[in-house]
Design a protein around this ligand. Structure first.
Ligand code: SF4
Length: 308
């Protein structure tokens, strides 16, 4: 496992000139006027009060924030990962575990200064990173708050913790800002992606997005405390009946990204929201289904597995 000392680490966004950062904020805000921030391409003017699939306007919309100790070990370290849960989502997963936030819109619209203050509070708690949970549809707001937070002394890496349904246009704006990308790779089958997340183009879109993320930050680098500094971390949730298409996803990660990709094969699927009455996703996965997924990863030669 790649390890390096923390000493000398500088968060990517602190290496950007202020002019470049401001340019990125402007580009992101411009996209909101005919929104193509994610692959849904709703093309509505969010600055004029119109709402697209993600039901989010042009202000930060946040559900909660806290030091989180349930994330992957390299994110948690000794003081936790500074999670900020953003309200609503650009995916429509029928089994979402955070469905009250993503589907029902639990949360509050807050000021940019407040979002910046949350980042600083999490840093002051000692968190090792700012972990943006479901950030895709709120990128412009996050960048605007980040500029304020930088002025207040923010200096820890930012984790972009997303569903993997990302536009290359938005990812290019994030180049040089994000240190750690943590996308899900949910499905390899377009029909499953359509049925369970309302996104038929998810597989090809996630592949292109993860390639771009890896191009920007490379394999995950972990320091001598065991804390992630920079790189890619992929999450894959195993679904009942092989619906996630685990083998194809593992093959893609190993062959087209890197066999050193830090990959979390997750076993914790349980039916939530609409999935409780939607066979075959109305049950947890079996030990055998999980064992098969891990075996596929080991057989493919994936070297950095986070698993049960
Ligand atoms: S971010 Fe929201 S409004 Fe914009 S394209 Fe995606 S779903 Fe539509």
């Amino acid at each position: 496992m790649d390890k390096e000392k923390t000493k000398g680490f500088i968060a990517a966004y602190l290496k950007l000139s202020r002019k470049t950062l401001k340019g990125k904020i402007r580009s992101a805000e411009e996209i909101l006027k005919s929104c193509t921030l994610c692959p849904r391409n709703c093309r509505i003017d969010r600055t004029a009060g119109k709402l697209g699939f993600c039901k989010t306007g042009d202000k930060p919309f946040v559900s909660s924030y806290n030091p989180h100790f349930g994330e992957e070990r390299p994110l948690v370290g000794s003081h936790g990962s500074g999670t900020i849960f953003f309200t609503h989502c650009n995916l429509g997963c029928l089994f979402c575990q955070n469905w009250t936030i993503s589907h029902l819109g639990e949360g509050s619209i807050i000021l940019f200064e407040e979002l910046a203050g949350i980042m600083i509070t999490l840093q002051n708690y000692g968190c090792h990173n700012i972990n943006l949970v479901t950030p895709t549809h709120q990128v412009p707001m996050i960048l605007k708050a980040l500029e304020i937070a930088i002025d207040k002394g923010l200096n820890i890496p930012i984790v972009y913790n997303c569903g993997g349904y990302e536009s290359l246009e938005a990812l290019k704006i994030l180049d040089g800002i994000i240190d750690i990308y943590m996308p899900d790779f949910k499905y390899s089958d377009p029909d499953a992606a359509l049925k369970y997340s309302r996104a038929k183009d998810y597989p090809q879109t996630a592949k292109a997005a993860i390639k771009e993320m890896h191009r920007q930050v490379g394999d995950l680098i972990i320091d001598d405390r065991g804390v992630a500094l920079r790189g890619l971390l992929v999450r894959h949730l195993v679904l009942p009946e092989g619906l996630a298409g685990t083998e194809e996803i593992i093959k893609f990660i190993t062959e087209e990204i890197s066999p050193n990709t830090y990959t979390n094969i997750m076993a914790q699927y349980y039916p939530c929201y609409k999935a409780v009455s939607l066979p075959p996703i109305d049950r947890m996965i079996t030990n055998e289904e999980y064992r098969k997924a891990v075996k596929a990863a080991l057989d493919a030669g994936l070297k950095r597995l986070d698993r049960l």
